[in-house]
Design a protein. Structure first.
Lengths: 207, 207
DNA sequence: GTTAGCATGTAAGGAGTTACATGATTTT
DNA sequence: AAAATCATGTAACTCCTTACATGCTAAC
């Protein structure tokens, strides 16, 4: 029940990007919109308040060029503020990347979580991918069902839209299947190389 | 500058569905989530306030079963409230369906506008489809550009995500191309059958 | 020297969600 | 008679947007 609420997509995205390298706000936004550009876009009006809030929580620190040791009147020089993660920030990022729940597989969150999968534990990755897949399958089933149950409505544009929607989601499911397959194969490989180390090693003792 | 603000997707969707046939809230939500289920979902917490607001604006009226002519104490019988469009509601719907602007081709609005295309003028349909297409093409260009300009970052998951995003959008562009082609062909046909009526008719007089 | 893009912020508010609260009807 | 589902509603809240306000810096 500590002060751990309201994450939002932005928090994760910012922490994730800052983990890769320190950056200032403006650049952060650009990277953000390249990273997630196909899915969503953020404005400065949400980014800066978010940074402020992360700062207040001690998850990031700002690196202003030189806090004027000589506090001259010309202080107005507004320059870049480079943000970087603190130790708590890194911890928080890990925490966010480790929870495999709705937040990580629903529409809003999935993309960001996926983008930082290389910092996510293999088992968590798999659970998120499977979570998203079953979420999408539920959606397919529910819409297909409702569609089948409905006679009478045959508006061609509505139908066209629903078909396109179904196909898009089916396509994403196929993509997920492929990814899940790869993840499983990697886990298999990892497991077998571990058993090579724990089971085959004794044999080496034998010779 | 009249009281014409904050439309939101819901308003259009509700007006559109009620135009097809009167309905009560619960059913409305279900139809809504079948219609747009692949793209978004609405909760009662937004639907009922929206209905209330449309009622206040006089765009819909409620049809309660029987306003008890006999106001008995057993009035607690809470029953279905069927909503239907008023004349103003139909006008407003037409108005919303006729504006071909960002609201009609951005992510949030496009689906709903498209769903009711059969009530939309052919020229407006075309402009919306083209608007969406160029919006998506902008997005593709900007992300592709940023991607090409960036060396150094080759996180495989990030890349996988961006590729999947690009392909999804490319796919939607192809879909739009097809739809635009069809729309144009239909317009062409319509135009030529008009000239059949104004140019060929005189020939009939000739024989 | 002026436009365009870099850079940082704030205030007001919109659109929708979650969680809750209640009751009616149908199915098992 | 219990459980599921139909049905309506509200209050508090969240996340994000728009529009504004400011100033620096590079290019033309």
């Amino acid at each position: 029940m500590a002060g751990k609420k309201g994450a939002g997509v932005l928090e994760l995205a910012v922490l994730g990007l800052l983990h890769e390298s320190p950056m200032h706000g403006y650049e952060l936004r650009k990277r953000l919109n390249t990273l997630l550009g196909m899915f969503r876009a953020f404005s400065y009006g949400s980014l800066y308040p978010c940074l402020k809030q992360l700062l207040a929580k001690g998850l990031i620190v700002e690196d202003r060029p030189e806090e004027p040791t000589v506090p001259l009147a010309l202080q107005s020089r507004r320059s870049k503020i480079v943000y970087k993660l603190t130790a708590e920030g890194k911890e928080r990022l890990q925490e966010l990347l480790t929870e495999a729940g709705p937040a990580s597989w629903e529409d809003e969150g999935f993309g960001v979580h996926f983008a930082f999968f290389s910092h996510t534990r293999a088992d968590v990755r798999l659970r998120i991918l499977e979570g998203r897949r079953s979420r999408l399958e539920e959606r397919l089933e529910s819409v297909r069902g409702a569609l089948a149950r409905t006679r009478e409505r045959v508006d061609s544009y509505t139908l066209e839209l629903q078909n396109h929607g179904l196909e898009s989601v089916e396509r994403e499911v196929r993509w997920l299947n492929e990814l899940i397959g790869r993840e499983r194969a990697e886990q298999e490989q990892a497991r077998s190389s571990i058993s090579n180390m724990t089971q085959d090693q004794p044999r080496e003792d034998d010779r």
